[in-house]
Design a protein. Structure first.
Lengths: 615, 441
């Protein structure tokens, strides 16, 4: 296909503003998917995506489109996820495109991820087509959203398209605008091959599939290729495109988006961000790629009863091929045995990884409390990165601990500004600036009518990451009755008076329950944690003391009194089987617990730390 | 009083077989150890809020049809099994005393016609104090009952109301007196401890009154909040205080002390008896002897030539209506085999016991008795001693001081008696692992 007739674009938006539904209509209008095969949010093909109604993984799809002008175009669409945890996926997709369709919900207006994604698209120099979606809804206020798009990004009303992804209104016009406004890719087919790997996926027959955008040259289905960063060579099994099912094509040419089936069995060899070139007469200059995304949240994943360590390793390897943002390394825990320390982009990402492991790979897992990564400035001037509380060196060997901060943008109707600030202050946050999204003429104060009629305010604040990962998002939603939205990005490290809170069960310290926290929080958190554990750990045949300590100083203590009575009442009318089953079930439950010394601790206890701070 | 343990079995006053091996005479394929017969009476005047037994209020119109069906089931079993001898008869429920006397008489007649019913065996009916009029008591004696188990539950009228019982404390006293007067030489009462909001001193009054009463046997049960009962819902909702397990433990210890002082000997976790007055019927369950249950939801365990080395456990379906339909149409024929039992009468589930399961259940039930489980008897049945069959559980329970050896028997320690599940659970879990392991191999 002549590059002049190719358009590569992604759909970006705040979560739930209708990206995937809009993609459905495009697939339909272009005849890529027949009416019979159509289903809602077709590109959300994972069970988890369909159940939760959100996109987790970006999806590329090729469509053939006949423009009313008479020419036929090849459209390469990438549907992206909206949740902040997956903004890295968005930015990777952007690198494969020349344009972006920016979707804004007509009932909600601009939200935090709208801002974040627009800035990303601008950074990537993409042509943006602003679209107001869901105009079919009675609560839609397209005029207002058009005005917001003007204030926030300077779009004029005639640049903005109005659509309903649900019933298809305006989608044909949008496709026309895509062809007309988004530039054709710059493509040099005579140059040596350079293809950017912007995502990957594992296929049990074809090995790692590299999702590529070909920048220069041509990649054929029979090529011997080289991955430039890892210097791995392999014979391509096939190249193809997603329609959205995988369809083999003879070659992918500069300007096109598709997949390369590498036959490779490990993601280590096919890194997202790497450049593919030909093995012979290849290019020597890789494409810019991406700065690797650093994980924000860490947690230990351990096999529970019924799952083997090596099965978990295999599952993680497989999953990583579909989720390049997941990082892990083996670790060993006294209480939980061998497992993995995993890094995630955020709590949703962590939850999804856990759930995919459990469902797609049939794993039974214990997940430890999530923690952020700290930097320890050692006396000798070196810096140590630690991702788990027990790695904190001995007191006296370091000068300071730095914790990661986030730059957080909260977008809220003006009436909740006070509530938001209060929340930020209670989480050790600092205020940076506010800005009104509406034109200066809009009245600043309000409180009458619906919150949605308030002027909307952008609050820029900074918060320690540790304060955000627990339940900050929930709190923002609760305290704004769902009207405020949130986005964040990494904002550097700051020194803080942090201490490690240790938990001892029957005098045995439990690494998995240790927490690093602000000194001022230790007392109250310690007490709360000890109290939670007292409720969660069953009574034993002896007293079990539970202590919270900083170093050797015990700051909270509770005792789980010895069990005195555990006996079944009468065995009625000879129903012995029922009694036996009951005892078997109790024993099953016990087996699922983890032994710490002579104490059996249920998995929920390890999750108790996770709930700490949630009130 | 004769001491427990030490060689002899203190409760063997009316031995149906005096320690000799069980006769292996076969009745149509069923080994004829005399059977313990359980007869279920699923009627109650009202349903108590803590009760999850298979019993119903307001289905009295079913009584005649029910008694007809039950009579048929009794006759059919008797005929199919070849009129085997009985070891004990127990009418439970529900409320057997609530059934009009002519019905009760019809049922005992049917039993007498279908089974070999030795005169001396224990024949119990459960009774509610409110039903114990002199006429009903006399009629029950005449029908063949010689033991009454009276559901007293408490001697505190407030507690009785909380339990939704239809009688008062004075009804209970009158029932006991009346039963004696009617000629019941063997009387038992049930009491419940650990009620929501029940203070220790209230329990002390109930247990003292029980201890002083002219009865031969006392059963003490801790209230269990069964899922789906109104009382459980009330506790979950917070309208009733949650029973305090530690307080219940104190109550239990108090019961042990007061009943012991009054000459009752504890022979099982929940049961005390005057010398030689233990419940023979319930001993069949604890000692793993065969029993036949008739009526809806009744459970049975039969041993036999075609029933595998450890016999078959089976249970009837629970609904009285469906039971009447199913059982009335039943005409048994052929040899009593595991598969024949699975489709017999109103049987809903039937399982042949594996050796591992049988060994686990032997421990679970036998350890409930104060005398515990005889290592020799265990070896006779399973070909290995208890510690050989269950090395892990035995070692653990001994070191936790839950169990102890005494005169060739493994038994609960005194402090272990309240923690029975901790011991039973270990045996049952080991057995279930062994049997699932065997299944996989
Ligand atoms: N009424 C109406 N509902 C819409 C429209 N577009 C999308 N929706 C609904 O909005 C919800 C979210 O739509 P999705 O397409 O999953 O949104 P998304 O932006 O892909 O969401 P994420 O991928 O999770 O960020 C779904 O319930 C859609 O049915 C529209 O034009 N009109
Ligand atoms: S009388 Fe007994 S069987 Fe009947 S409902 Fe009450 S507790 Fe249950
Ligand atoms: Mg989506």
């Amino acid at each position: 296909m002549d590059p002049a007739f190719i358009r590569n674009y992604c759909i970006i938006a705040h979560i739930d503003h209708g990206k995937s539904t809009l993609a459905d209509r495009m697939l339909e209008i272009t005849g890529t998917v027949s009416a019979r095969e159509m289903q809602e949010q077709l590109l959300d093909s994972m069970d988890l995506e369909r159940e939760r109604g959100i996109t987790i993984k970006a999806q590329a799809v090729r469509m053939g489109y006949s423009h009313p002008g008479g020419s036929t175009y090849e459209l390469n669409l990438i549907d992206t996820p909206g949740h902040v945890d997956f903004s890295y996926e968005v930015s990777r997709s952007l690198a494969a495109c020349e344009g972006a369709v920016l979707v804004v919900d007509a009932t909600q207006g601009i939200q935090a991820q709208t801002l974040a994604n627009v800035y990303l698209a601008i950074e990537h120099d993409l042509t943006i087509i602003p679209v107001v979606n869901k105009i079919d809804l009675p609560a839609a206020e397209p005029e207002r959203v058009i005005a917001e798009l003007g204030t926030a990004f300077g779009y004029t009303p005639d640049e903005v398209l109005l659509v309903s992804a649900k019933n298809g209104t305006g989608v044909a016009e949008l496709l026309e605008a895509i062809v007309e406004r988004i530039p054709a890719p710059e493509a040099h087919r005579d140059r040596p091959l350079r293809a950017l790997v912007f995502d990957s996926k594992y296929d049990s027959y074809k090995g790692v599939l590299a999702y590529v955008r070909v920048a220069d040259g041509i990649v054929r289905g029979t090529e011997r290729i080289r991955m430039m960063a890892t210097d791995t060579q392999t014979d391509v099994l096939e190249v193809g495109v997603f329609k959205p099912a995988m369809v083999r094509v003879p070659s992918l040419e500069a300007g096109e988006v598709g997949y390369v089936a590498t036959g490779l069995k490990s993601v280590g060899e096919v890194r997202v961000g790497d450049t593919i070139t030909t093995a012979r007469n290849g290019s020597s200059e890789p494409l810019p790629g991406y700065g690797g995304q650093k994980p924000m949240v860490f947690a230990g994943l351990y096999p529970a009863e019924g799952t083997e360590f090596h099965d978990l390793r295999e599952a993680l390897e497989r999953l990583q091929m579909n989720d390049a943002s997941l990082v892990y390394e083996p670790e060993n825990s006294q209480a939980l045995g061998p497992g993995f320390r995993c890094g995630f982009l955020g709590l949703l990402h962590m939850e999804i990884v856990q759930e995919r492991l459990e469902r797609e790979y049939d794993m039974d897992l214990v997940v430890t409390a999530p923690s952020v990564g700290y930097r320890v400035l050692m006396n000798d001037g070196t810096v140590r990165d630690i991702s788990r509380p027990t790695d904190l060196p001995e007191g006296g060997t370091y000068d300071a601990i730095e914790e990661p901060w986030l730059d957080v943008t909260i977008l809220t109707p003006s009436r909740f500004v006070g509530a938001m600030m209060e929340l930020v202050n209670s989480r050790r946050g600092t205020f940076k600036r506010t800005e009104y999204l509406e034109a200066a003429s809009a009245k600043p104060a309000s409180g009458e009518g619906m919150p949605s009629s308030d002027p909307r305010v952008v609050l820029d604040v900074a918060l320690p990451m540790a304060e955000v990962i627990v339940d900050f998002y929930d709190q923002v939603k609760t305290r704004s009755r769902g009207y405020a939205s949130l986005d964040y990005s990494f904002g550097g490290y700051q020194v803080a008076p942090l201490v490690r809170l240790d938990i001892l069960v029957n005098s045995v310290p439990v690494d998995e329950l240790s927490l690093i926290m602000h000194r001022d929080r230790a007392q109250s958190q310690g007490r709360a944690l000890v109290d939670q554990l007292r409720r969660l750990i069953p009574r034993h045949l002896f007293d079990v003391p539970i202590q919270a300590a900083i170093g050797s100083r015990v700051i909270a203590r509770e005792t789980i009194k010895a069990l005195r009575k555990n006996v079944l009442a009468k065995c009625y009318g000879g129903d012995i089987t029922r009694k036996r089953k009951l005892l078997e079930k109790q024993a099953e439950g016990k087996k699922r617990m983890k032994r710490i010394g002579s104490v059996e601790v249920p998995q929920e206890a390890f999750l108790a730390v996770l709930r700490m701070g949630k009130s | 009083m004769r001491p427990l343990g030490a060689g002899g079995r203190a409760h063997a006053v009316r031995p149906y077989n005096a320690g000799r091996p069980w006769p292996r005479r076969s009745y149509n394929g069923v080994v004829s150890t005399p059977l313990a017969l359980y007869v279920h009476i699923p009627f109650c005047e009202t349903k108590c809020p803590y009760c999850d037994f298979n019993t119903y209020a307001a289905i009295e119109p079913l009584m005649p049809a029910y008694v007809g069906a039950l009579t048929h089931e009794i006759a059919a079993w008797g005929a199919w099994l070849g009129r085997p001898p009985l070891a004990s008869v127990f009418f439970g429920g529900g409320t057997p005393s609530y059934l009009p006397a002519p019905h009760l008489a019809k049922l005992t007649e049917a039993i007498r016609a279908a089974f070999e019913w030795p005169d001396a065996i224990e024949t119990t009916a459960e009774a509610n104090p409110g039903d114990c009029t002199p006429e009903q008591l006399r009629a029950m004696r005449a029908a063949g009952f010689d033991r009454l188990s009276v559901g007293v539950q408490s001697f505190d009228d407030g507690e009785l109301r909380l339990l939704g019982r239809r009688h008062s404390a004075s009804d209970a006293r009158a029932a006991v007196r009346g039963a004696r007067a009617a000629g019941f030489a063997n009387l038992s009462i049930d009491l419940m401890l650990g009620l929501p909001g029940q203070p220790l001193d209230a329990w002390a009054r109930s247990i003292d009154e029980a201890a002083a009463l002219d009865v031969d046997h006392v059963s003490v049960y801790a209230l269990t909040l069964e899922g789906g009962t109104p009382m459980e819902a009330d506790v979950a909702r917070g309208t009733l205080p949650e029973p305090d397990a530690d307080l219940a433990a104190d109550m239990y210890l108090l019961a042990q002390e007061r009943l012991g002082a009054a000459g009752f000997e504890q022979y099982e976790i929940s049961n005390w008896a005057k010398p030689d007055m233990q419940s023979r019927h319930n001993l069949a369950y604890w000692e793993g002897r065969p029993y036949l249950g008739v009526g809806p939801g009744a459970h049975s365990h039969l041993l036999g030539d075609a029933l595998g080395p450890h016999g078959v456990r089976f249970a009837n379906l629970r609904s009285p209506r469906t039971y009447i339909e199913r059982v009335s149409a039943w005409e048994p024929a052929g040899v009593v085999s595991a598969s024949a039992l699975a489709s017999a009468g109103a049987v809903e589930t039937a399982d042949a016991l594996s050796e591992a399961t049988a060994a686990g259940e032997t421990m679970m039930m036998g350890l409930r008795l104060n005398e515990g489980v005889s290592d020799a008897a265990f070896r006779d049945r399973f070909g290995a001693g208890i510690a050989e069959r269950f090395p892990g559980p035995v070692a653990e329970c001994l070191s936790l001081r839950l169990l102890e050896w005494s005169g060739g028997r493994l038994r609960l320690t005194e402090p272990g008696r309240l923690l029975g599940n901790e011991a039973f659970g270990r045996f049952v879990a080991a057995a279930s692992e062994a049997s699932s392991g065997a299944g996989r191999a």
